[in-house]
Design a protein around this ligand. Structure first.
Ligand code: ADP
Ligand code: MG
Length: 380
């Protein structure tokens, strides 16, 4: 049993007494490139990191849910069976309740459950603690309910939990990443056709590493702005006569047909980001990792200027990383705070860490958390 599974098991025993029937875990993720493309039918290229969320579960005789998290160990949240509906559960337990609700929505007979959550994925850092929690909960509750779910179905049910139960209109990248990623690979997910491919990704073989810079900034506007960007993309797609922006056959011509400057820039980000992501896929399939650096940086510029989802802290992290020898750097995740990634020669990493820390201190910002990440396993 892994240390994380053991910690969830201990929390379970301390809270509910006895042992859980199952423990499942799902990782956090970073997205190498392909940001805000998933709800536009475009490609994404995430990999799982080794921080994980472990969910221990057991059937109980009372219908509904009792949930505890190591983030608030003394607090058991109980949800009556009648309240397992969108709008009736708020706070962190909504991610767990939403997963159970989505499973019940398949027609499965979901019993009453006791659930204990232990996680090392930083919360709200753009590393997808939400999808890790949803997917590990779905996997654990499906297992005790005797329901078999394939990876694709599980990821889509978890997305339904976040969209319809929590009320966050995210695309499918995070749930697919934490479910399907594999150790040593990035996951090339074409969200339009729904195809996935695992591409080996080994920066260490070239003396490189990927650093995650968690800016610790969480801008309150984030959810509303995310929903607004999604609506802008839908509006641009409707004006262009397609269902999703990535269905457009001539992106350049399409941009000329969008009169509204804001909509044109939003669409341009989606088109150029999709092209950059597929270019990175071609590069990784062909050989070395180093040449992808400039595409990562171009992605950041597009997210900053065209899609306008970056912020002061992310820009400072990216600019300082590039000034410290990074081959490429970009914000990762939805934006408005959270984390940036930098691809950097390992022998320059400590310089980057020092410089980013001092740049944040000089700007009067809280100290960022910086660490190296390796492509890790998905749902276990
Ligand atoms: P991100 O997915 O980038 O970490 P989100 O805002 O999408 O950020 O999701 C974070 C939310 O997920 C938290 O505010 C909390 O409600 C919930 N959450 C995630 N992991 C846990 C956990 N281990 N324990 C309790 N709640 C969690
Ligand atoms: Mg999230």
């Amino acid at each position: 049993m892994s240390t994380g599974d053991a910690a969830a098991t201990t929390l379970f025993a301390d809270t509910f007494g006895g042992a859980p029937q199952v423990v499942r875990s799902a990782p956090g993720r970073v997205n190498l490139i392909g940001e805000h493309t998933d709800y536009n039918g475009g490609p994404v290229l995430p990999f799982a990191i080794d921080d994980r969320t472990h969910v221990a579960a057991r059937i109980c005789s009372t219908p509904g849910l009792s949930v505890v998290s190591s983030r608030a160990p003394g607090e058991v949240v109980t949800v009556d069976a009648a309240d397992l509906q969108p709008g009736l559960v708020s706070g962190w337990a909504a991610y767990v309740a939403g997963a159970v609700w989505a499973l019940a929505g398949t027609g499965a007979a979901v019993p009453g459950l006791e659930v204990a959550v232990h996680s090392t994925v930083p919360i709200g850092a753009g590393l997808s603690s939400s999808a890790a929690l949803e997917c590990a909960t779905l996997a654990a509750s499906a297992m005790v309910a005797g329901v078999e779910l394939d990876a694709d179905t599980l990821a889509r049910l978890a997305q339904r939990a976040e969209n319809d139960f929590v009320g966050m209109p995210c695309g499918l990248m995070d749930q697919m990443a934490v479910t399907a990623c594999r150790e040593g690979s990035v996951l090339y997910f074409e969200t339009g056709p729904g195809t996935i491919r695992h591409l080996p990704f080994d920066p260490a073989a070239e003396g490189l590493e990927v650093l995650v810079i968690d800016t610790r900034a969480h801008h309150a506007l984030a959810d509303g702005e995310y929903a607004e960007r999604r609506r802008s993309c839908e509006k641009a797609a409707a004006l262009l006569g397609v269902g999703l922006l990535n269905e457009v056959s001539d992106p350049a011509g399409a941009l000329d047909r969008l009169d509204d400057d804001v909509l044109r820039r939003r669409a341009r980000h989606v088109f150029t980001e999709s092209a950059r992501t597929r270019e990175v896929v071609r590069m990784l399939a062909a050989g070395p990792v180093a040449p992808i650096g400039p595409l990562l940086t171009a992605s950041h510029v597009s997210l900053r200027d065209d899609f306008e989802v970056s912020c002061r802290e992310l820009d400072l992290a990216v600019d300082t990383a590039l000034g410290s020898g990074a081959l490429g750097a970009r914000m990762t995740g939805g934006g408005f705070g959270g984390s940036a990634i930098a691809l950097i020669p390992t022998d320059r990493a400590s310089v980057l860490v020092d410089r980013v820390r001092s740049a944040f201190a000089d700007a009067g910002l809280a100290a960022p958390a910086i660490r190296a990440v390796q492509p890790s396993a998905g749902l276990l």
